[in-house]
Design a binder for this molecule. Structure first.
Ligand code: SF4
Length: 411
């Protein structure tokens, strides 16, 4: 399937649209039905627990990324700034709250007039503290309970005592959530949800690992679109079923030597967040440059191998603390070294997202140390995931083209 610009779209995109469309329909129905409950969750929050307790689960970050893709964030951010949120804080937060205050949402296309009203908001600060600030705005607005897991950052070793500390916080959520659902927590349901999540993560890992093949059947831009179910539906059959379909298509592509990028010549690693408002422009740019972005930190961040249905609380604590974004610079470097080697990477692009230092790993010398260790060259791009005012397309395109020329000289 070609989009008319020579970019070959995955056929599974049809199934993806249906899977995501059905998810939003379930959310709408839950929001409209007095007997159902909606929980809002941060993107690497305790979603398995929420699905096990019969919530429909909504993710403000997914909504904010949709705002980014719709290119309307710059319209919404100043509205939130006027409420005292700095232009320097997370542009997911500022664009999402701004859209809410303006009573607009990209979910209108899915039949939702507004974001589904929460019955409870649940976060984990494993990714950043901003999710707590963000969710607190809505907890106050809707006058509903908010609760969270507090995870330390810059973690070198995920020790047993740390896992215990986080696991207890997971367990303490249960008696706080029960009055919201009016149902007793069922340990077997939780085990089953963790099992589904683990199996889905394993499939998502396989999907991303197909990019080790030369040429790669998938690139970063495809993965950014197809990661929707792993973010919002892990722990459900819907996501599991979807990734079986996607993986089968990618395996067929490998058999047929069909590439995501026509005439793949160079293979890059993307470090940092996507530039949502330039996703398709960038896909076309890299296709023209015969360059496949074969792997990324961002898309790999939703693989939770350590989940264990037989030990659901402790293993959730372990899985959600071992996450790349939680770890120390040394651990991050080792993870990146492994990725570079496994995916035969020629160069790295660091996206320095101005409103998310947590996801911009070129600010404390990691890029230099990694280069000294691996000799894999790198390029740093200033930008942002949602705030287009932080990004210069002209400068970035010139820098990327020059970088690819330099890679050509090294080959
Ligand atoms: S990790 Fe970054 S982009 Fe995500 S919510 Fe936190 S500050 Fe925003």
């Amino acid at each position: 399937m070609s989009d008319g610009n020579g970019i070959r779209k995955l056929e599974s995109v049809v199934r993806l649209k249906k899977t995501m469309g059905d998810y939003f329909t379930r959310l709408r129905q839950a929001a409209e039905s007095p007997g159902r409950r909606v929980a809002w969750c941060s993107s690497v929050g305790p979603v398995e627990l929420l699905y096990a307790m019969d919530f429909e689960v909504y993710f403000p970050e997914n909504h904010a990324a949709m705002i980014g893709v719709s290119k309307k964030a710059a319209e919404y951010i100043p509205i939130t700034n006027a409420y005292g949120y700095s232009p320097d804080v997370c542009s997911y937060l500022t664009s999402d709250i701004g859209a809410f205050l303006k009573q607009q949402t990209p979910l209108a296309k899915m039949g939702l007039e507004s974001v589904p009203k929460p019955d409870v908001l649940v976060y984990n600060t494993n990714q950043c503290r901003e999710v707590a600030d963000w969710f607190n705005f809505y907890a106050k607005h809707f006058n509903v309970p908010i609760m969270g897991i507090s995870t330390p950052l810059n973690v070198a070793e995920v020790s047993q005592s740390l896992v215990r500390y986080i696991s207890l916080q997971f367990q303490e959520l249960v008696p706080k959530l029960e009055p919201v659902t009016a149902e007793k927590f069922d340990p077997d349901k939780f085990k089953n949800t963790v099992r589904l999540s683990k199996e889905t993560c394993a499939l998502w890992r396989k999907v991303l690992a197909t990019a080790k093949h030369h040429p790669s059947p998938i690139n970063f831009f495809d993965a950014c679109i197809h990661m929707g179910p792993i973010v919002v539906m892990r722990g459900t059959r819907y996501a599991l079923d979807y990734y079986k379909v996607l993986l089968a298509e990618l395996e067929t592509r490998i058999k047929n030597n069909a590439a995501a990028v026509a005439s793949e010549k160079y293979r890059l690693y993307w470090e940092g967040m996507p530039i949502w408002f330039k996703l398709s422009t960038m896909a076309k740019l890299f296709d023209r440059l015969q360059t496949c972005i074969a792997a990324s930190t961002y898309c790999s961040s939703w693989i939770f191998d350590d989940l264990d249905p037989e030990n659901p609380f402790d293993s959730s604590a372990l899985a959600y603390t071992k996450l790349f974004i939680v770890r120390s610079e040394n651990v991050k470097q080792k993870i990146l070294e492994k990725h570079l080697q496994e995916f035969s990477i020629d160069g790295i692009i660091y996206h320095d997202a101005k409103t998310c230092p947590r996801n911009s790993n070129n600010q404390h010398g990691l890029q230099v140390r990694l280069y000294e260790k691996t000799d894999v060259p790198y390029l740093e791009i200033d930008g942002d995931f949602n705030d287009s005012r932080c990004y210069s397309e002209e400068q970035s395109v010139i820098a990327i083209e020059t970088f690819i020329d330099q890679l050509a000289m090294r080959k």
